[in-house]
Design a protein around this ligand. Structure first.
Ligand SMILES: Nc1ncnc2c1ncn2[C@@H]1O[C@H](COP(=O)(O)OP(=O)(O)OP(=O)(O)O)[C@@H](O)[C@H]1O
Ligand SMILES: O=P(O)(O)OC[C@H]1O[C@H](OP(=O)(O)O)[C@H](O)[C@@H]1O
Length: 190
């Protein structure tokens, strides 16, 4: 019997709202061979876009939780977020799997996924405010609430953390991420 393929690392892309997590992940997917992105399950209205996610009601979310469909879940911004257990299937074929996590879920993610690389995306407060306002997905009050969370620290005890400054051009941030991840990525598999 052939040995079970080594699971690819989970690459948690974290940081304040508006810092460029989704933009960075989408750009990495075009640059890094075999890199995949795990879709999240979120109780966010489907029409709000911004990423490819599975939109569910709070009741559906609770039912999926009860059925142990999730590898990890958390709450933030008045929403419920989850990473479905299907991420394990993705990890068997990908070179790495990127996912947008909350900073407060990282220690649990490190336990659940064992090989977890944290890309801590940063930008100056001025850049954050400008990007959130320009994006126009949240109203002014929500933008203020999200900016207030910007300085949430990473938890102590994370084993592999790489800071990615995304204050400048996105390509520069992608190049930094690619260089940092290369030693961790699994060879592409069929
Ligand atoms: N390096 C960059 N230079 C200029 N604009 C950027 C850069 N990175 C991201 N942006 C823009 O900033 C806005 C926020 O980016 P994005 O939605 O990827 O952030 P995010 O961290 O995923 O936000 P959230 O956590 O709220 O979903 C978007 O309009 C995006 O196009
Ligand atoms: O501030 P913290 O807790 O790190 O992250 C808060 C939330 O923001 C991000 O999601 P999105 O950007 O709202 O889709 C994270 O995944 C988390 O759900």
């Amino acid at each position: 019997m052939s040995p079970r393929p080594v699971k690819a690392p989970v690459i948690a892309v974290v940081g304040p709202s508006g810092v460029g997590k989704d933009s960075l992940m989408d750009a990495m997917l075009t640059r890094i061979p075999g890199l995949k992105k795990q879709r999240r399950v979120i109780t966010r209205a489907p029409e709000l876009g911004g990423e490819d996610y599975v939109a569910v009601s709070e009741t559906q979310f609770a039912d999926l939780c009860a059925e142990r469909s999730f590898a990890l879940h958390w709450q933030a911004h008045g929403l419920y977020y989850a990473i479905p257990r299907e991420i394990d299937v993705l990890r068997r074929s990908a070179s790495g799997v990127v996912v947008n996590l909350s900073r407060k879920a990282l220690l649990e993610a490190q336990d659940v996924f064992s090989t977890l690389i944290v890309l801590s995306v940063t930008a100056t407060p001025e850049v954050l405010a400008a990007r959130l306002n320009a994006r126009g997905r949240e109203d002014r009050a929500e933008v203020e609430r999200r900016l207030a969370r910007a300085s949430t620290p990473l938890p102590e005890g994370l084993l592999h953390v790489v800071e990615i400054d995304n204050s400048g051009p996105l390509d520069a941030a992608v190049a930094t991420a690619e260089a940092a991840l290369t030693p961790w990525l699994q060879p592409e598999r069929a």
